[in-house]
Every structure is written in C-alpha cells, then in structure tokens.
Design a protein around this ligand. Sequence first.
Ligand code: DX5
Ligand code: ZN
Length: 222
Amino acid sequence: MMNVKIAPSILAADLSCLGDEIARAVEGGCDAFHIDIMDWHFTPNLSYGPAVVETVRRLTDLPLDVHLMVDNPLEMIGPFADEGSDYITIHAEAVDDIPEALGAISKLGVHPGITVRPDTPVEAVMEYLELVDLTLVMSVYPGFGGQKFIEDSYERIEKIADKASKTNPSLIISVDGGVNMYNAPLLVRAGVNYLVAGTTIFKDHKAAENVRRMRGILNCEL
Ligand code: DX5
Ligand code: ZN
C-alpha cells in the first residue's frame, strides 16, 4: 500500500469553531494541515497571517504546511517560521532568486517548498526539485477554495514525478485545488503522495468522516 498523506486545507474550515474542525480532521486520521496565505496582490483574495499559524500550532502537533500566495514572500518567512510552520512553500513567480529564497527558508529550520500557478509552465520548478522537500502542483488558480479541478494537472504531476524519481526520490509531491473523492486515487496514480483538500474534507463539519472516507478510497483503489 502506498503511503499517501492527506492534508486538509483550513481555508475551507469554519473559523468560528476552528478548534473543533481541526480536532475532527485529526480524529479522522489526517497527516498534516495546509494553511493558505493570500495577500490581495498575488491573489485576488486576502486570508490570514502568522497569528493563525500560531493558533493552529497550539491546536495540533501535526506538520503545518504553509502555502505563501504572496508577493515578496521573503519578507514574511521569518514570522511564519517563528509561529511554527514545518513547511513553507513559495511561488516561483514571486521571487527573483529562487535558490536564495529556498536557502533562506532552510536557514530558518523550515522545510522549503516550491510551486507555480497553473498557467506557468511546470518546467519552472523542475530545476529546483533537488533543493526542496515539497513541491506543490496547483490544480486551481490561487485565491479561492471550492474551484473546479483543472484536468491538465495530471500531466503536470506526471512530469514532476518522473523528474523527481531521478533527482529527489523522497520529495513530497503535493496537489492543491479541487481534490475530491473521485480524483484522489487518480492523482496518486499520476504521482502525488500528498493530497491537499479543503472543501471535500471540511464540508458540513464532517472532517473526521471525510478524511476516513478519502483514506478508505485510497486504500481500496491503490
Ligand atoms: C487555493 C488554495 C487551496 C484551497 C483548496 O488558492 O491554495 O489550498 O484551499 O481548496 P479546495 O480543496 O476547496 O479546492
Ligand atoms: Zn494552498
């Protein structure tokens, strides 16, 4: 059986009861939490800052994977590292010197990750796969939860998985956006080993059931 991680994206959680939402996802057996940071510049939406990472850090010991959808991510990595991020993923489009940015994240004791928007050729991350612990394939446009999965993401995942198998076999290959019970096993077959899912997991305050259901589908179909 493949070891596939499930990381609920708290963007879709009910913030009025975040502690309960997280506890339910943990009870269902999730492996990590994905936290989306949006700045209204890189994305047409604004989410939250380091205080929310600090809050989630107090609510769970599971790894926190922070996705910085912001301009100038280097200005922000310090506070996000200080509040307990385990992984910080930056967009290749948002920095001038990618190796320098990834090195700055590592220096803070945080695992570096790299991603690109769905309309940036995936080749933009290929040469950096050896420098990161996580790469994320965005399967929707950055900015909002609940969007429709972009089908050509499978091909992008296959390209990355193929390259990573040669250059960084322990790489976490993550997919983010529109992940659901139907496409989850197909995405794993294409090469991901880490599924980010917001709406599918937190829908109807049923995170425990939904994590278990996704795990059951993966166990049964892979
Ligand atoms: C989109 C975010 C995603 C989002 C996924 O900009 O990066 O992490 O929360 O949400 P769903 O799973 O609802 O598509
Ligand atoms: Zn995300």
